[in-house]
Design a protein around this ligand. Structure first.
Ligand SMILES: Nc1ncnc2c1ncn2[C@@H]1O[C@H](COP(=O)(O)OP(=O)(O)OP(=O)(O)O)[C@@H](O)[C@H]1O
Ligand SMILES: [Mg+2]
Length: 391
């Protein structure tokens, strides 16, 4: 569908208005939108609310000069790039220049006017005004876009500044947390170190006391107590040497513990083979201490009883310590030997002897279950949940 243009014919002569209407109606674009007005006042009132596409105005108006009409149109109407064509009986160039300077787009002389010339002039003026308005609209758009971009840039700049501030604060608080963590780790290592030293002092006191003339049984009691204290001291030693203070590498700990026990009972690992498998598992302090003490008791028993009767060098003595993670998210600790075994008649679950009582108590402390296999020597199985599970 073609755009319908609105054209005002401003002329006091009805005859002339008719003629121009007749000319313009030849152009299908103008057919239905030709409005005839007689005076400058009527035209100005019309243009306060409407925006015609073209004003064909006569040089002689009944109520104003064409120059003052153009001035008022410029200032009082909402029309930009005034699409005004002035029609005059005079072919005076000075007047034409003056009229154009005051905003008219064209100046036509009536007696030379043909239908084609009028339509051509109208088309040219409307096209020029249309282009100028388009350019103005585009400039306005560019300006608006520039303002939008400047606002977005300002927002972005302030967001970047805010982000940098937050990042900086975060870095500072991270550094603070790291420092305080380092301080706490140092403190904790210091504590583990002191606990280990104190336990070693107790162990030394026991050793010194055992140097006095004592009977065999009392001497063994001193030696075993020393081993128990030593196995606890070892845990703290491993902890302050470890990079992670909350967990202990159980394999390393068990190796030191059993080395101590073999030395304490004067047994060489060349005669009794020691098989340790802990799958690089790590235990927290609350689990590692009871496990360490259980192993201390069971391995001491193996070293004391399993290979007595001077048999161990003949029967390929072997002590095993395995720690595995079981399917139910707990642990399975296996400690045993392939020695002479525990007597069938010995009630190992309710004995009053200290070693196995310690083992039962610590298993209970771990919320675990203990069983004994006597097929080949004595092998204890202890299943216990991870600490988190029973907390
Ligand atoms: N691995 C083993 N092989 C053979 N006999 C064992 C073994 N472990 C324990 N026994 C027997 O079970 C008994 C009880 O052991 P338990 O550790 O409770 O006490 P103990 O070793 O005699 O004394 P304590 O541990 O208090 O020094 C032992 O005296 C020993 O006869
Ligand atoms: Mg014992």
């Amino acid at each position: 569908m073609q755009t319908q243009y609105t054209i005002l014919i401003v002329n006091k002569s009805a005859e002339e208005r008719n003629l121009y209407r007749h000319y313009l109606e030849r152009n299908s674009l103008y057919t239905n939108n030709i409005i005839e007005l007689e005076t400058a006042t009527q035209t100005l009132i019309y243009c306060q609310t409407q925006t015609p596409d073209l004003i064909l105005v006569d040089f002689i108006l009944p109520d104003a000069t064409v120059i003052s009409f153009l001035e008022e149109l410029k200032h009082k109407s909402c029309i930009t790039y005034m699409p005004v064509v002035v029609l005059s009986a005079l072919g005076d160039e000075t007047i034409a220049v003056q009229v154009m300077k005051n905003g008219a787009q064209d100046y036509l002389v009536k007696n030379r006017l043909t239908c084609e010339a009028l339509n051509r002039a109208c088309n040219t003026v409307m096209e020029r005004v249309r282009l100028m308005r388009q350019i103005e609209q585009q400039q306005h758009n560019v300006q608006q876009r520039t303002i939008d971009l400047e606002q977005a840039n300002a927002l972005l700049r302030s967001e970047i500044t805010e982000r940098m501030r937050v990042e900086n604060e975060l870095r500072q608080s991270e550094a603070k947390i790291r420092r305080s963590l380092e301080e706490k780790e140092t403190l904790l290592k210091e504590i583990h170190h002191r606990v280990k030293n104190n336990l070693q002092i107790i162990s030394s006191l026991l050793r010194m006391q055992s140097r006095r003339p004592l009977d065999e049984t009392t001497l063994i009691l001193f030696q075993e107590s020393q081993n128990r204290v030593q196995s606890m001291a070892l845990i703290h030693e491993h902890l302050y040497q470890a990079s992670d203070l909350s967990q202990i590498n159980f394999g390393d700990y068990i190796r030191s513990l059993t080395d101590n026990l073999f030395r304490s009972y004067g047994v060489s690992q060349r005669f009794i083979q020691l098989d340790i498998e802990t799958n690089a598992l790590k235990l927290c302090l609350d689990t590692a201490i009871p496990c360490g003490l259980i192993i201390n008791e069971l391995v001491s028993n193996s070293l004391k009883y399993a290979f007595s009767n001077q048999q161990y060098d003949k029967i390929h003595g072997k002590i095993i310590i395995y720690l595995q993670q079981d399917s139910k998210n707990g642990f399975k600790l296996t400690v045993g030997d392939n020695g002479i075994g525990i007597d069938e008649n010995f009630d190992w679950q309710s004995t009053n002897s200290l070693g196995l009582r310690i083992v039962h108590n610590l298993t209970r402390q771990l919320k675990g279950k203990i069983s004994l296999k006597r097929d080949c020597g004595a092998v204890f199985h202890i299943n216990f949940p991870t600490l988190e599970k029973f907390k």
